[in-house]
Write a protein that binds this ligand. Sequence first.
Ligand SMILES: C[C@H](O)[C@H](O)[C@H]1CNC2=NC(N)=NC(=O)C2=N1
Length: 82
Amino acid sequence: MWTETDNSLHRSFRFADFKTAFAFLTDVAAEAERLDHHPWFSNEYNVVEFRLRTHDAGNAVTRRDHRLAAAIDAVAARHGAE
Ligand SMILES: C[C@H](O)[C@H](O)[C@H]1CNC2=NC(N)=NC(=O)C2=N1
């Protein structure tokens, strides 16, 4: 699940391999564009880490972050996140 610390929502996902993680990130990019809300993320091999906050709200967590988090969860499930 997502945790809220330091004014951000945080979550990491692990996938079968790098290619799957990268395909996941490609689909996350489409969701970020659809929602006009973009994550900070980091990827190393099959692990992707997210931090979500709203820059337009002074880097606070808003409902836009929660909406993007839910969209990311749905994409992660489609890509078989462990
Ligand atoms: C102009 C554009 O709508 C804004 O810059 C959007 C783009 N994506 C964004 N992403 C995030 N994380 N926070 C924002 O405030 C934000 N604002």
